[in-house]
Write a protein that binds this ligand. Sequence first.
Ligand SMILES: Nc1ncnc2c1ncn2[C@@H]1O[C@H](COP(=O)(O)OP(=O)(O)OP(=O)(O)O)[C@@H](O)[C@H]1O
Ligand SMILES: [Zn+2]
Length: 681
Amino acid sequence: MEQKQYKRTTVTAALPYANGGVHIGHLAGVYVPADIFARYLRLKKEDVVFIGGSDEHGVPITIRARKEGVTPQDVVDRFHSMIKKSFEDFGISFDIYSRTTSPTHHDMASNFFKKLYDDGKLLEKETEQYYDEEAHQFLADRYITGECPHCHNEGAYGDQCEKCGRDLSPTELLHPRSTISGSQPVMKKTKNWYLPLDKYQDWLKEWILEGHKEWRPNVYGQCKSWLDLDLQPRAMTRDLDWGIPVPVKEAEGKVLYVWFDAPIGYISNTKELLPDSWEKWWKDPETRLVHFIGKDNIVFHCIVFPVMLKAHGGYVMPENVPSNEFLNLEDDKISTSKNWAVWLHEYLVDFPGKQDVLRYVLTANAPETKDNNFTWKDFQERNNNELVAVYGNFVNRALQLTKKYFDGKVPTCGELNDVDKLALDELKDVKEKVESLLDTYKFRDAQKEAMMLARIGNKYIAECEPWKVWKTDPKRVETILYISLQLVANLAIAFEPFLPFSSAKLRNMLNMPQVNWNELGNTEILKPGHQLGEPELLFEKIEDEAIEYQLKKLSDTKKANEAEAYKAKEIKPVIDFADFEKLDLRVGHILACEKVKKANKLLKFTIDDGSGKPRTIVSGIAKFYEPEELVGKDVVFIANLAPRQLMGIESQGMILSAENFDGDLSVLSLLKEVKPGSQVG
Ligand SMILES: Nc1ncnc2c1ncn2[C@@H]1O[C@H](COP(=O)(O)OP(=O)(O)OP(=O)(O)O)[C@@H](O)[C@H]1O
Ligand SMILES: [Zn+2]
């Protein structure tokens, strides 16, 4: 398909929700690829704006504020600053990072809605919804809890039961309660305004399914499954007080739906950045609009927002929506509420100055076509085996040898032999390769291609062995290092969109202040006689201890979550005292204890049960105790349990122990000394 030529590009990255920090999933899914793309276009001297901002409306923010006893504004102020700082720290090069509570945005979103309303593009619908008569407000889904009709979990929400995972509607809940006042809500009529997505279904099918077959399969596929079903009108207003007031007289006490207002934020933030020229970035058909998002945002960016833009009129449609799938962490879904994440602000404390290592790993392992997994082991290996051993090593060899033999001055290039020619040939088409991958949003492969330069370099220098040749043919070494240095200069350029901090550092070492993307592939970037700067290490090895520390942090989080989620099992049905009396519980003194051979779970106990004859009990607790720990202790055991054969040993009873929520085990012991054989009851 012929590529359309555009005059300029508007790049947007999903507006992060301002009720938490930024984690690696956000970076990998959205912000690193968006940043690579924006940097790449800037390097090519194309016209580009890169738009970001915080999404600051919606129910979770009001719930959080209520819980903390602060205002929603306090919540969003806190997280907006935190998010903004993380993006700056990691070099996410937004031209503007604003927020949806800004006055510009309130006006923009409000006017946008007003136009749709005035033009008759919205449906007015009356429905019945839960209302809290004590708090005098309608209750959004998350403000209602009750019993799940399916699994009878008592803490199900109006939109979902977190225990059985089913989607619910508020009216399905048994015994609904308002989470605000605790009172029982009543049904009350309310009016809201709907976007009739159904009326745009044919247009959407044409535009996406016919017109954008080049979109990523995951994006195209999700759109197709939406468009294969009948789209329904979707409410664009809510009965809430935190948000942008609906600019219609009869809508008092209502605000715009957060997914109506948030994407308009891209437009508002462009206006904030360019008050006089923002329109061309959104309305000129020669503008290419590209949305970077994660997969849970696809429907909003490919269906809802385009319908809003279409209904409004005058706006361009997105040219592409290169959405990623999800990144998991050590095989579990990343979750803000469960603190299962690597937070950027914490990463920087543990790995100061290593922003690029994370950027590199997240791109190398980006969830471009399917969900992917971040592991600390992989992080360490990619750093040590790729950044240090391939990229850093090559740069260091080339610069150190130039310093040693030529005082850090670029030598002259002599006659080329076949090895030289091959290396230079391999370098020449890197620009075309990287560009064609970046142009089609294949960031993983593009970065791999950039890394090829360092692989070529290592191979070249290992084959030429300048440290050996120096003794016999110093002239030849000039050529070898000349070529190596050109490869290094190319690396600095090729990695500029991916690893901006390292490229800056490397350019500094090369004394090459300017980046000129067009020189990528050029074999004469550094001129003979050019004085290089001081060589330093570009990357450093990450030791096992640093990785173990991170894994420990995660396992502590997991334990804390389990402890928090722990609920005692239900009590068994009532029994008679006579039933209890059948059980003969006794105190036993452990005389000896040993591991059972060939059975890694079992311990064999020899117990004084007061009868004068030692008793043998086999117990499956070897994982929790060393045999020596238990010798000499008094324990409680069931004395009249039918004997059992375990690994050829007859076990005459059972030692009592308690199982902790995390699977750990504690043998029951006594607070005072009592004689072996004493009855327990
Ligand atoms: N683990 C992940 N992998 C890839 N993309 C992600 C991941 N988590 C969030 N995103 C994307 O990051 C963008 C901003 O996320 P948003 O602030 O809405 O948080 P979220 O999806 O609620 O995440 P969380 O629940 O972890 O806070 C969205 O486009 C979302 O799809
Ligand atoms: Zn349930």
